[in-house]
Design a protein around this ligand. Structure first.
Ligand SMILES: Cc1cc2nc3c(=O)[nH]c(=O)nc-3n(C[C@H](O)[C@H](O)[C@H](O)COP(=O)(O)OP(=O)(O)OC[C@H]3O[C@@H](n4cnc5c(N)ncnc54)[C@H](O)[C@@H]3O)c2cc1C
Length: 316
């Protein structure tokens, strides 16, 4: 096996694999290593929302480019990755309504498809949403969501086809530095060489940075979402709009006939990755229903979706 590459990437999540795809398509030889299965980190847990609107127009532009990249991947792979549903941003207060009106102005200025819409239109795009307390709505027609696993396998397939080497179950134990420059990495059994090493280790990235004695200001924060089971009483179509309800600190999108609702936690729990067992798998995390953040999520979700309460069949 080749041991010298142009670029070595530590971490096989969305960041590592998209970087590998882009570099391989530009003719670089790339090695990606993951200590477990590819996508087993935060990528495998993501809610998959693909919203583009940010208060900073440069970030909105970047996210608009991101959707174009995914559309190009779909053409290459002849496979659907992105579901376009449109998304509604909603305001219950005059301050937030002003913010939405500013969003519409700044979005339009950079060519982003965004409109103020009325309650009737908002209800038509998401009939199960309670709107009585809302005073302003804007609609981003090109937003939607991804299945994170399909997005990741798309990155991996294109990267592999373009020559990238992907190694799972291979922990990077050390980063070699000589004369102030990176030389490569070490695993338990092998040494690989490259003049560029990318730290794409997500929540573990501060531990990878420590391998080079470089302190990295990063925190790993817990995040929760719920997914309701489909119910004939509350039909939710796969193309119903996503919402972002900042005042209520929630977002939502349709998921398999139910609704996925996530929270923008006010006081997220911080995790210490080094304290977790070596064989820790994010997919094994089981969330207790009596967890305070979950209770707050259900309470906030029920304000926008009155059919949700603690007895609603759902997974968290
Ligand atoms: C519950 C939840 C919901 C989310 N919802 C959304 C959403 O709706 N929209 C959105 O855009 N984002 C969302 N996110 C955020 C998104 O998932 C992350 O930003 C993204 O997945 C990060 O990808 P990553 O590749 O940086 O990290 P990860 O996917 O965590 O990948 C890092 C990888 O590095 C590997 N690794 C670590 N250390 C080493 C080592 N020493 N050697 C080898 N491999 C190593 C790990 O095994 C892991 O696979 C959500 C996140 C969570 C947790």
């Amino acid at each position: 096996m080749n041991r010298a590459f142009d670029v070595i990437i530590i971490g096989g999540g969305a960041s590592g694999c998209s970087t590998a795809m882009q570099l391989s398509l530009r003719g670089r030889s790339v090695l990606v290593l993951d200590k477990a299965q590819f996508g087993s980190g935060s990528t495998g847990q993501a809610a998959g929302l693909g919203g583009q609107l940010r208060s900073n127009p440069s970030e909105t532009r970047l996210l608009m480019e991101g959707i174009k990249v995914v559309r190009e991947m779909e053409r290459k792979l002849n496979q659907k990755i992105f579901t376009k549903t449109g998304s509604l941003h909603v305001a219950a207060t005059e301050d937030r309504a002003l913010e939405l009106r500013d969003f519409v102005k700044s979005g339009k200025a950079i060519g982003f498809e965004i409109e103020l819409v009325d309650r009737e239109f908002a209800k038509s795009r998401l009939p199960c949403m309670q709107t009585d307390d809302l005073i302003e709505f804007c609609y981003c027609a090109t937003d939607g969501h991804f299945a994170p696993s399909e997005l990741l396998s798309g990155y991996m397939r294109i990267a592999r086809d373009a020559g990238a080497t992907l190694l799972s179950d291979t922990l990077v134990e050390d980063i070699m530095i000589e004369g102030g420059r990176v030389k490569g990495i070490q695993t338990a059994d092998e040494t690989f060489f490259a003049p560029v090493v990318v730290n794409a280790a997500g929540p573990w990235s501060y531990l990878v940075a420590e391998l080079t004695q470089t302190p990295m200001a990063a925190a790993t924060l817990g995040h929760y979402y719920l997914v309701t089971e489909p119910s004939s009483d509350v039909p939710i179509a796969p193309t119903d709009a996503a919402i972002r309800d900042r005042a209520n600190r929630i977002y939502s999108r349709p998921e398999m006939g139910g609704v996925l609702v996530g929270s923008y936690e006010q006081e997220p729990v911080e995790y210490s990755m080094e304290a977790l067992p070596e064989d820790f798998q994010m997919s094994e995390i089981r969330i207790q229903r009596d967890n305070l953040n979950v209770a707050l999520l259900i309470e906030a979700a029920s304000q926008r979706f009155p059919f949700i309460n603690e007895r609603t069949p759902m997974s968290v």
